[in-house]
Design a protein around this ligand. Structure first.
Ligand SMILES: [Zn+2]
Length: 165
């Protein structure tokens, strides 16, 4: 926002404003005839995305500059990035987890519906029964990191296979 990519950073009020006012989360201009959503499998299960939509070209740019979306980051950060480097994704619930798969969904304004929680709180943009013009994979999920225990076991097995022993 304000010309700086902030994908994945929670600014709840700004996010809710963007969703309600149908603004692009990237450039803050009103959304046009094609709306790009960044969707994870978990969002499909939940039935909504909590990130505002984007112009298709803004989505492309976000993918180019966001290390989580362009696949250069394999794991969510464990701590929030400093204000100066807010280009990096961070959400407390996702901290330290392996990167998930992301798809881009392109919808039209008529398919744009706000998802509300039971108390009337804005949850995000509804994915349930939304007519999707196109779905495009952005990145695959990262492989989960091995736990120390699993790594030790793997090392033990590899030692057994080592012909130099
Ligand atoms: Zn935009």
């Amino acid at each position: 926002m304000n010309g700086h990519p902030t994908f994945g950073i929670n600014f709840p009020i700004r996010c809710i404003e963007a969703i309600k006012q149908r603004r692009c989360q990237f450039c803050w201009q009103p959304l046009g005839r094609r709306i790009g959503l960044v969707v994870r499998p978990a969002d499909v299960t939940a039935g909504y995305v909590d990130e505002p939509g984007m112009h298709p070209e803004c989505l492309d740019y976000s993918v180019a500059v966001c290390p989580m979306l362009n696949g250069s980051m394999q794991q969510y950060r464990t701590r929030p990035p400093a204000a100066a480097e807010r280009v990096v994704s961070w959400t407390p619930e996702r901290a330290g987890h392996a990167a998930e798969a992301f798809d881009a969904w392109y919808i039209t304004p008529s398919g744009y519906e706000i998802a509300y929680g039971p108390t009337g709180r804005v949850l995000g943009i509804s994915l349930a029964d939304v007519p999707v013009l196109m779905k495009k994979p952005i990145r695959a999920a990262a492989k989960p990191r091995l736990s120390d225990e699993d790594a030790d076991q793997l090392r033990a097995v590899l030692d057994l296979l080592d012909p130099t022993d």
